[in-house]
Design a protein. Sequence first.
Length: 57
Amino acid sequence: MVLRELLTALSDKDREIIIRRYYYNETQSQIAAKLGISQVQVSRLEKKILKQMREKM
């Protein structure tokens, strides 16, 4: 329930990254290819998103 609330508070792009990474077990490289960004950008975004989610808990 808390996770659902945290996910709905994210932007569409951020939510997609987290869902693809942790629900579909995609690699950062796979996500990057689908979103048209670099793997490094996915890594940085993932780190930022997870930090934001932890702070809201």
